[in-house]
Design a protein around this ligand. Structure first.
Ligand SMILES: [Fe+2]
Length: 350
């Protein structure tokens, strides 16, 4: 049977006699490293990554308080449990040490049994908390994967019924990534965009047309141009989408993924001059989520076949978008789109 790996301890004390005593007690059970000064202890901790540090407080060059403060400021060492070993029994000193992040105090002179018990207890706590952390990470990952799978299926259901838009969701996601990336690079809406989790925003864009689930087959699947009445019914997909996402939101706690999804679904058909739907919002009243989607949604619709029209070539689609600047679309977004039109065209062809 393979022998269990020994836990590793770093003992820090300027008195070599103390180090000898500590090593004698601890070495039969643990791998023990020793440092006789603060600076050396920080180097050793960073290099060796011990499971626990036993740290003396009164040391000549750098005291234990300074050492623990430095360790807690280093990303790599900030989570290593530190136990103070000290002859100082004043409660204020103890509070100071604990508030600097020590997990425990052992007072000198200590008994062999007490030292071993306390060290073992803290090792157990450490194992337990890293096990817990690992479990939380795995569970979070699982929930994310599940959320993604449900989402994609949801989007596929919409897309499968709405046969005119095959591949629309994937393409608009690619255009959105490009547009958002260019805006950040050009310092446009940077503040707002950097407050978003962009992955969540792009992922949520899959739901922009989710309201089409509530549109009847004879309208959604009509193999030709819609009448005015039918088009008015079709327009309702924006508010239906908002209602669907609101209903999900009412069953869960506030989260930015659903907020992006709701704003996207409800505002991607609004127009800059206020003539869009469902609310007729104007300019920056229209959430940025929807203004971004509007431009990539229209570009994709123009450059693909629809039952009532053939796909327009890129140049023609570009012209329509440029002409829509300040009426249909946010002028700043059109400016960037036009500046990088070749990149969008390249992306369309991939
Ligand atoms: Fe739509």
């Amino acid at each position: 049977m393979e022998k269990a790996k020994k836990s590793r301890l770093l003992v820090v004390d300027d008195e070599s006699t103390n180090i000898v005593i500590l090593k004698r007690i601890l070495s039969p059970f643990y791998t023990v490293y020793a440092s006789t000064g603060g600076a050396d202890a920080i180097d050793a901790a960073t290099e060796l990554m011990p499971d626990i540090i036993l740290l003396d407080i009164v040391m000549p060059d750098m005291d234990g308080y300074a050492v623990i403060t430095a360790l807690k400021n280093i990303d790599k060492t900030k989570d290593i449990p530190v136990i103070f070993l000290t002859a100082m029994t004043n409660p204020e000193d103890e509070i100071k040490g604990l508030s600097l992040g020590a997990v425990d105090y052992i007072f000198k002179p200590f008994s062999r049994e007490l030292l071993l018990k306390r060290v073992e207890l803290h090792l157990q706590l450490k194992r337990y908390s890293s096990g817990l952390e690992k479990m939380v990470k795995e569970k979070t990952q699982m929930v994310c994967e599940l959320q993604n799978a449900i989402l994609e299926t949801f989007a596929e259901i919409v897309e499968r019924r709405d046969k005119t838009t095959g591949g629309h969701i994937q393409r608009t996601q690619r255009y959105l990534w490009l547009l958002v990336d260019l805006l950040i690079r050009h310092d446009i809406y940077r503040e707002q965009l950097s407050s978003w989790d962009l992955n969540l925003y792009i992922m949520s864009s899959q739901l922009h047309d989710v309201g089409k689930i509530s549109i009847r087959d004879n309208i959604l699947m009509k193999p030709g141009k819609l009448t005015d009445e039918e088009f008015n019914k079709m327009k309702k997909h924006a508010s239906f989408g908002m209602e669907i996402i609101e209903s999900i939101e009412s069953k869960t706690r506030k989260n930015s993924f659903l907020e992006h999804a709701r704003l996207l679904a409800s505002s991607h058909h609004e127009k800059w001059d206020g003539t869009g739907y469902p609310l007729g919002l104007k300019g920056e009243e229209i959430p940025l989520q929807g203004r971004l989607m509007a431009i990539v949604d229209v570009y994709d619709a123009l450059t693909n076949d629809r039952p009532y029209k053939k796909a327009f070539p890129h140049a023609e689609a570009l012209e329509i978008i440029i002409n829509g600047s300040g009426t249909h679309f946010d002028p700043l977004l059109v400016e960037i789109f036009a500046m990088y039109e070749k990149t969008f065209e390249g992306l369309r062809q991939t």
